[in-house]
Design a protein around this ligand. Structure first.
Ligand SMILES: C[S@@+](CC[C@H](N)C(=O)[O-])C[C@H]1O[C@@H](n2cnc3c(N)ncnc32)[C@H](O)[C@@H]1O
Length: 261
């Protein structure tokens, strides 16, 4: 798949950090242990580390895993001493560097993967009896205020686009959390979830516009709207970005190892 733009990741980072469900965040910190070794899958520029590290005990170690060397290089900045950066393809589940880990985590990753990939990953996770903290998995729900007649078309197109192959086979997209829960429970894991929506207001107008443009691109690409319709819809979104609001649904998930088979 094409790479993730570091500018886009930087733009979304404050909203991602604000959106995390506080209850699961606190339980994750407790589950990580006194000397956590955290493996962050699909780390990008290290946003997940920047959210979690300040909450973990000082004797923490990190393994940041991504296939994009440019993003990994950016992830080094500000990371705790001893942080390992591992260039690896997550598709090779057997090679994931989980040995000695006390916590596996990922942010905005699992809506990109396929059901078949996740089932194999769940099996490895359950066998290793590791906790998993997966945050900001898109759930398919978006609302803009004020509404526009084309909003439902845009959301449907984005959700359809989310299900296309992102390198792992047909992506779970908005169905990710439902599938993850079923898969992990089939291995005897106890799974908790909590909503972690972006609630974007006028202060987030740049993120609202960048995100909305992604919906419009998907709709044009899939033939759901014409270029002119997409441009008119985006002009409406631009005119209302500061006074309006955008909600993007996500789910956080925490899997407890003590209950895994
Ligand atoms: C949506 S970004 C999330 C980045 C980061 N976790 C964050 O929250 O900002 C998904 C990340 O997964 C990585 N990724 C996608 N497919 C991958 C693969 N097959 N192997 C390793 N990393 C992959 C991308 O390079 C990107 O950094």
């Amino acid at each position: 798949m094409s790479g993730f733009d570091p500018g886009w990741l930087a733009l979304r980072e404050p909203a991602d950090h604000a959106a995390r469900a506080p209850s699961l965040f606190a339980e994750t910190v407790a589950a990580a242990g006194d000397r956590p070794t955290v493996v962050d899958l699909g780390c990008g520029t290290g946003s997940n580390l920047r959210a979690l590290a300040p909450r973990l005990p000082p004797a923490q170690r990190w393994r940041l895993v991504d296939h994009d060397p440019a993003l990994l290089a950016l992830a080094a900045a500000g990371a705790p001493e001893g942080t390992e950066r591992i260039a690896a393809d997550l598709r090779d589940i057997d090679a994931l560097p989980l040995d000695g880990a006390t916590l596996v985590t990922a942010a905005a990753l699992f809506d990109l993967v396929s059901a078949a990939w996740f089932d194999r990953f769940a099996k490895r996770l359950a066998a290793a009896r590791l906790p998993l903290y997966a945050v900001l998995t898109y759930d398919g729900n978006t609302t803009w205020t004020p509404a526009h007649p084309l909003d439902p078309v845009m959301i449907r197109a984005l959700n359809d686009h989310q299900r296309t192959d992102k390198g792992f086979g047909p992506a779970l997209g908005p169905d990710a959390t439902v599938h993850m829960r079923q898969s992990l429970e089939s291995y005897g894991c106890e799974v908790r979830t909590a909503d972690s929506p972006w609630t974007l207001t006028g202060a987030d107008a740049a993120l609202v516009m960048a995100t909305s443009a992604g919906y419009a691109r998907s709709a044009v690409e899939l033939g759901a709207v014409s270029v002119a319709e997409a441009e008119a819809w985006l002009a409406f979104r631009r005119a209302t970005a500061v006074s309006g609001e955008m909600l993007v649904g996500h789910t956080d998930l925490l899997v407890f190892p003590g209950h895994c088979c």
